[in-house]
Ligand binder design. Structure first.
Ligand code: MSP
Length: 508
């Protein structure tokens, strides 16, 4: 592709989540994925980049059709109702997506057809007969050798045997290309361990992929042969380009995607299948497929709709300060690993690290400025000793390596140092220039903390900035002296209420 097709996109950042099946209500795994993407998106905005963040719902396929039938609705009525719950999830969790795509949108359908056509014309899609196992829960075709003891390897359920006319995509042709691509680019799949998994599966063999169905009609019609609908995964993956208006200006600006963040169960689809489709259609490949772990229930079981063990993320938002939930999930689980959701640990972190450390620091600084300087941040000199303790370069590196938990830990380490700094400097005993320098330094530190935390806890950061009579701006402006004002600051602000253990009584 030429330069105008996206090569000159310095300063832009395009991140996507998987699009969720709305056959049941959102669960905490969906929320966790959107949260991780949100933290990364917000961080890139802080760096001054132009960010496009896409999420949405995957609304076609047999699974949706059957759920709609059960609910006594048409598939369209059903997804119209269900997708609203995922939109609501984004709102309640303060997810800063720029667009929420639904695969039933006309424009998406048009793009999905255009890409299918393009690959067909190239000769990489052909008509044949499919016979083989299909798991409707994962909407995935398997070969006999993929099955474990004759059952779906993910759901341990009996697969349906599908026998029908089908279009096939010449996936097998792309085996060497994919193997090479994985190795050629260090950041093609992250964490690195996932590369081996895909390579090993590829080496075991790659067959052509059935990409259409004729036994039901809830999907994107195949152009020129509408008794076929596209295989739902082909339609779904194409959302990543239709979501940025392929092939128009926004696509040219933002594609290739910088990060597709997904769960560990769909890495194959996002690498082998998606990359091959793009290659066949002559479109650049995304930079990084970023794989997060699963959120499991405290007992260690998978929390998914089919297992019935779900935590409702909207109820969680009703019950707790959403920033405490966001903080807990990122801080508790090393990115890429599985995490166990525990309400008592959430409460513990809320009460100690958030209420005690962040909340107290903010209130100590605001109270000192109010009591010792009539609420006005004095002009003064920055104490470089404390400023040097915020290692921004280290935090940036953690973000580059997608170590969100370590980036957050580093910021929280600085919060602790700031509390310690107040204890040591005893500003209540100071006056004159010394006091002014100290109060000014503390205000700058509090502002810097608000900015750094804004990727993780945006509402809390806004509260701090508001109490300081300013706004959260970009990372490069912290400690610049440009962001604090001479308006009277608030004398206190409540960031986190302590939660009593009894509050835990409600289980999700
Ligand atoms: N619709 C497909 C994705 C198509 S993307 C072109 C799908 N939907 S899903 O609703 O089943 O899953 C959506 C995302 O949530 C996936 O990335 C999946 O890995 C993730 N999670 C599902 N359960 C999860 C947990 N328990 N924990 C964390 N994430 C999990 O797959």
């Amino acid at each position: 592709m030429g330069k105008k097709d996206g090569a000159s996109n310095k300063g832009k950042f395009y991140i996507t989540t998987a699009i969720d099946y709305p056959n049941a209500d959102p669960h905490i795994g969906h929320a966790y994925e959107k949260l991780c993407a949100d933290v990364i998106a917000r961080w890139h905005r802080l760096l001054g980049e132009e960010v496009f963040f896409l999420t949405g719902t995957d609304e076609h396929g047999l699974k949706i059709m059957r759920s709609a039938q059960k609910a006594g609705l048409t598939p369209k009525e059903f997804v119209d109702k269900q997708s609203l719950k995922f939109v609501e999830l984004c709102r309640r969790w303060n997810i800063s997506n720029n667009r929420f795509i639904r695969t039933t949108e006309e424009e998406h359908i048009r793009v999905a057809q255009e890409i299918f056509n393009k690959i067909y014309k190239k000769g990489d899609i052909y008509l044949g007969q499919y016979v083989g196992p299909y798991c409707t829960d994962c909407e995935t075709f398997y070969t006999e050798k993929d099955l474990k003891n004759g059952l779906c390897p993910v759901h341990a359920k009996k697969c349906e045997i599908v026998k029908e006319e089908s279009y096939f995509f010449k996936l097998s042709k792309y085996k060497e290309f994919i193997l090479e691509y994985i190795d050629k680019r260090d950041d093609s799949i992250k964490p690195d361990g996932k590369k081996e998994e895909i390579k090993n599966r590829l080496k075991a063999g790659l067959e052509d992929l059935s990409v259409s169905r004729t036994s039901f009609d809830w999907g994107v019609p195949v152009p020129k042969n509408p008794k076929h609908v596209q295989y739902v995964w082909i339609d779904a993956l194409i959302n990543y380009i239709s979501g940025v208006d392929y092939p128009k200006e926004r696509f040219r600006k933002f594609w290739p995607a910088d990060v597709h963040i997904i769960g560990k169960d769909i890495v194959w689809h996002h690498t082998v299948i998606w990359w091959s489709i793009l290659k066949a259609a002559g479109i650049k490949l995304p930079k990084t497929v970023l794989v997060h772990g699963f959120i499991l229930s405290e007992g260690g079981e998978k929390m998914s709709k089919s297992s019935g063990k779900v935590i409702n993320p909207i109820e969680l938002a009703d019950k707790y300060n959403i920033d405490a939930v966001r903080y807990y999930l990122i801080r508790e689980t090393p990115f890429g690993e599985d995490g166990y959701f525990s309400e008592s640990k959430l409460i513990e972190r809320n009460n100690t690290e958030l209420a005690n450390d962040v909340g107290n620091f903010a209130n100590r600084v605001l109270a000192l400025i109010s009591q010792k300087s009539q609420g006005v941040i004095p002009k003064g000199e920055l104490d470089r000793e404390i400023v040097a303790k915020l290692n921004i370069e280290k935090i940036k590196k953690h973000f580059e390596r997608f170590e969100l938990h370590l980036a957050l830990a580093e910021i929280m380490g600085f919060v602790k140092q700031c509390n310690q700094y107040i204890n040591e400097k005893e500003p209540w005993k100071k006056s004159g220039v010394e006091l002014n320098n100290l109060l000014y330094t503390l205000a700058e530190c509090l502002y810097a903390i608000a900015v750094m935390l804004s990727a993780f806890m945006p509402a809390t950061s806004d509260k701090i900035a508001k109490a300081l009579k300013t706004e959260v701006a970009s990372l490069k402006d912290i400690f610049s002296g440009k962001c604090l004002t001479q308006s009277k600051v608030e004398s206190r602000c409540i960031l986190f209420e302590k939660i009593l253990a009894d509050n835990k009584a409600k289980t999700f």
